[in-house]
Design a protein around this ligand. Structure first.
Ligand code: G6P
Length: 605
């Protein structure tokens, strides 16, 4: 949420910054700006709207210089506008800052600065940072930033540049991510590795309260101003993985990557004895055996994956599981004992609410494990252990491949815990065998893309949708509804199928399509009855099923998915729902990868 990128080296900074912002656009896209250190001072260009507006402005008036900072914004304080766009500059225009996060005590600082005569130009919380740095500037930018940081409360990743210090950039982080890219005679700072990877594979993930000074070399200091060494790591993925390739949208690319991404999440983690090997959990078997309760905290799509995990862990291991919205968990007084294991799930590993839930659980003494996709992310680093998804970078704002990888990893966790308790070797082996087939089965479902396009065309103009599922597929119904809401601006609700009669049934008519997930499990007949109830009220049905025969008159359209174990059906049933949402959104002319009002990596509360 908000993307920052900065460059210092010997190349044209403008191009590197704009290309970098393009890679970060999923973090916010209501305004953008760059500030470049020129021969005669700082030069600033800011525009409202998507990045293309900034690109157009820079084409008309290009900036030259080899050092600069850039930002793509998701508004928190102050409406999207040019004055509120970053970078923000000091009153004399000699210092500029980009910021990701929220300065919680900005109004106190602002009043104090106003009393000292500072005139604010924007409504943002960020502007206080640049005025503070300016106030403390006595010829040493690093010192001024360091002093300013002591006044700030809240979450931030920032980069500061000054007209008076050629070639110098100062970055700092507390709560919001900031990655340093170490190139050959050049350096990058960015909110994540996506803008860096095409220039260098070498990165340093800054820790909270780190400040980094770039001046031909780099120096990292901690809050006590002592120099610290941080490991230089190699980025795991390539520049191609953050490019769209031949796909029209990142979301479609990521949907089609799922046979591979699920395979990557499984790789090396299934053992012949019908259990899972998850080295990163950092818990010995004795500790895993003594767990009496599991809590999973997450947001958005990760929350729905967690709901599937709840069913899996309870069924296979018998351990009671509660799934909580991270945003609720952090402000409750949850009951945590030394036998409670807490999982936090986050694709980005940076979601502020999930990070806060993690800290709350740790504070109360729980062992907290993470299920993250982004290596080196804040959540991955603050947890006691965990499992990476290995799904590769997810750029589309609407999460797709992360969901299937999260469910895959949760299945492995359930299997591991289950085999230590009530799941037999035989059953464990059956699950492993079925899991191994999932990637190819997803490939089969992707072949239904054209059929799903036809269905999308038929229903694209509807304004309301209902998604129904039971058991393992109830969370999938929630996820299907979320996908449609996020990218097509259609109102959609997910419901447990049997709950329909307690409310949503009142809404059913020919204008409100119902998507029903109807696998041939123990509840199949009951779901068929729910479909009868929809039909009896003139409703139209799109069914997702693994039944051999199609569902005849009960469904207007039937999408047939391959058969797997019932507990694994979410890994398959979600794929047609992702494609349906995608095609409907495209046909409605919606911006699929950067949907209205949303952003990825939500680093604010
Ligand atoms: C945002 C994104 C969602 C995502 C959620 C949680 O709302 O738009 O796609 O599911 O954040 O993100 P996380 O990175 O924690 O999984």
């Amino acid at each position: 949420m908000c993307g920052i990128v900065a460059y210092t080296g010997s190349r044209n900074a403008q191009q590197i910054l704009v290309e970098g912002l393009r890679k970060l656009e999923y973090r916010g896209y209501d305004s953008a700006g760059v500030c470049i250190q020129g021969d005669k001072g700082l030069n600033l260009v800011r525009t409202k709207g998507k990045l293309v507006e900034l690109e157009n402005a820079l084409q008309i008036g290009p900036l030259t210089g080899k050092v600069g900072i850039g930002h793509t914004r998701w508004a928190t304080h102050g409406a999207p506008s040019v004055v509120n766009a970053h970078p923000h500059t000091s009153v004399d225009g000699k210092i500029a800052v980009v910021h990701n996060g929220i300065i919680e005590n900005y109004s106190i600082i602002k009043s104090a600065l106003e009393k000292e005569g500072v005139v604010f130009k924007s409504e943002t919380d960020t502007e206080v940072i640049v005025h503070l740095v300016h106030k403390f500037y006595k010829g040493d930018l690093a010192k001024a930033v360091s002093e300013a940081l002591t006044h700030l409360e809240g979450a931030f990743g920032i980069v500061v540049v000054s007209a008076q210090e050629p070639g110098v950039l100062v970055g700092a982080r507390r709560g919001s991510p900031l990655v340093l890219g170490v190139g050959d005679g050049e350096f990058f700072l960015a909110s994540d590795v996506a803008p860096i990877v095409e220039h260098t594979q070498k990165v340093v993930y800054l820790d909270d309260n780190d400040m980094v000074v770039l001046n031909g070399t780099y120096k990292i200091t901690n809050q006590a101003n002592a120099e610290v060494r941080r490991e230089v790591q190699n980025i795991e993925f390539s520049a191609e993985q953050v490019a769209r390739g031949n796909f029209e949208h990142f979301m479609l690319k990521e949907i089609f990557e799922q046979p591979n991404t699920v395979l990557n999440s499984l790789r090396g983690r299934i053992l012949p004895e019908g259990t899972a090997k998850l080295n990163g959990l950092n818990l010995v078997n004795q500790e895993l055996r003594s767990i009496q309760r599991v809590i999973i905290a997450a947001c958005g799509t990760s929350f729905y994956a967690a709901k599937v995990g709840e069913y899996l862990i309870e069924e296979l291991s018998g351990i009671p599981v509660e799934v909580e919205y991270a945003s609720e968990f952090r402000y409750r007084n949850p009951i945590i004992t030394d036998k409670t294991l807490v999982f936090v799930i986050s694709q980005s590993g940076e979601t502020a609410d999930t990070l806060a839930a993690l800290r709350e659980a740790k504070q109360k003494g729980a062992t907290v494990l993470g299920i993250c996709n982004v290596v080196g992310s804040s959540i991955a680093r603050e947890t006691d252990g965990g499992v990476y998804l290995h799904a590769g970078p997810e750029i589309g704002v609407a999460s797709t491949k992360a969901f299937t990888s999260q469910v895959t990893v949760l299945t492995l966790i359930a299997l591991l815990l289950g085999r230590m308790r009530r799941t037999s070797a035989d059953e464990g082996m059956k699950i492993c065998k079925a899991l191994a087939k999932i990637p190819d089965q997803i490939k089969e479902i992707l072949k239904l893309n054209d059929q799903i396009k036809v269905i999308a065309k038929e229903f694209k103009d509807k304004e309301n949708f209902l998604f129904l599922g039971r058991g393992y597929n109830y969370p999938v119904a929630l996820e299907g509804a979320l996908k449609l809401k996020e990218i097509s601006n259609i109102h959609a609700e997910g419901y447990p199928a049997a709950e329909m009669k307690h409310g949503p049934i009142a809404l059913i008519d020919a204008n409100m399509p119902t998507v029903v997930i109807a696998p041939t499990d123990a509840l199949f007949d009951k779901v068929l009855s729910n479909m009868q109830e929809v039909k009896a009220r003139g409703g139209r049905i799109i069914a997702i099923t693994d039944a051999e025969a199609n569902l005849g008159k009960l469904a207007d359209y039937t999408i047939v998915i391959p058969k797997t174990l019932h507990m694994l059906t979410p890994l398959l049933s979600v794929v047609p729902l992702q494609l349906l949402a995608y095609h409907i959104a495209v046909m409605r002319g919606c911006d699929v990868d950067t949907p209205r009002n949303l952003a990825k990596s939500v680093t604010v509360e």
